[in-house]
Design a protein around this ligand. Structure first.
Ligand code: SF4
Length: 322
């Protein structure tokens, strides 16, 4: 059997986690490693289970992205297959029911086989009934996002595009894929754009968003631009980006991806990697410094949404100050 190695890698998620809370980063990328082994410590097994945890806003994003990716793949078929927005709700209900069932089976089941039976934060932390209206609004966002995608001008343009111009479609499913890895200074940089296609002589990198816009959305597109140049051979002079905010109707936002944006993205990735390396005791083995060197964020408003809060706040996160 191939032995899995915990290599240092860059990804948008990993870098955001490090900047959000270094302790979270440690628990997710170091303590959780090997947590799938039966002889792993209970802390490692729990950290691993939490690394597979989802929550309702993330589940909306995952289901919407998977359905869109599968649907775009059908554009290559002779007849386009219908995409039912309600399928998003059916899939989410399946994950939710499974998490509820495993929660009810007791403490051991809550962390057993988390890849197949993913824990859901709202259930794991007993918050399912705290604000049912909010959960309902969030859940309904999934079919609304699919409806917005089906109405979008981008989908109409993609339907008209020659199939060979669809250069990359998200393989979906979240599993690791070597094609998504670009090396920078010998370190793997993991990028999974939703779509890259050729349009009007340019190469456009597209990302769907199911949440609200954030200041780093454009940076993510620029990192994907680097990947498109390195892995797809895109011409850096003919590169552009597009963000599609599906929770806001069909709002599309063009993102310029010029040489300066690419250089900034590469510099940011190098600086993130240096920050990650500075937290290693043995960089050649990717062995981290002791846990207490990874600073805790300790802000109730942030910790109250963190999947790892059971580690830092075993008695519950205090209420944020009013
Ligand atoms: S609970 Fe707070 S301090 Fe602990 S890992 Fe999460 S964000 Fe960081």
């Amino acid at each position: 059997m191939v032995e899995l190695v915990n290599r240092l890698r860059w990804s948008t998620t990993r870098a955001r986690m490090l900047h959000g809370c270094a302790r979270h980063y440690y628990l997710r990328y170091y303590l959780a490693w090997n947590g799938w082994e039966s002889e792993a410590s209970s802390a490692t097994r729990l950290a691993y289970a939490l690394s597979k945890m989802t929550d309702l806003p993330s589940l909306v994003g995952e289901v919407v992205h998977d359905l869109i990716a599968s649907h775009l793949r059908t554009l290559e078929a002779p007849v386009e297959i219908t995409l039912d927005p309600q399928e998003a709700l059916r899939r989410m209900r399946g994950v939710w029911a499974d998490a509820r069932q495993h929660w009810a089976m007791g403490a051991e089941s809550r962390v057993a086989s988390p890849k197949r039976h993913r824990p859901v934060a709202e259930i794991f932390y007993g918050e399912e009934n705290r604000d049912p209206d909010r959960l309902r609004v969030l859940a309904n966002r999934a079919p609304e996002c699919i409806e917005a995608f089906l109405r979008s001008g981008l989908l109409s343009r993609l339907r008209e595009a020659p199939r060979e111009d669809l250069l990359w479609l998200d393989p979906a499913g979240g599993s690791f894929d070597e094609r998504t890895v670009l090396e920078i200074d010998g370190i793997p940089v993991h990028c999974v754009p939703d779509l890259v296609w050729r349009t009007d002589g340019d190469v456009e990198v597209v990302d769907w968003k199911t949440g609200v816009p954030t200041v780093s959305d454009g940076d993510q597109i620029a990192a994907y631009g680097l990947w498109a140049v390195g892995k797809l051979g895109a011409d850096p002079e003919r590169l552009r980006g597009r963000l599609v905010y599906l929770a806001e109707g069909t709002r599309e936002e063009p993102v310029p991806v010029d040489r300066e944006a690419l250089e900034t993205a590469a510099a940011t990735i190098r600086s993130d990697l240096q920050e990650m390396a500075d937290l290693l005791a043995r960089p050649e083995e990717n062995l981290p410094l002791p846990m207490d060197r990874f600073r805790r964020r300790d802000e109730p408003a942030v910790c109250g949404r963190c999947h790892y809060r059971v580690f830092c706040w075993p008695d519950g996160v205090p209420a944020p100050p009013r």
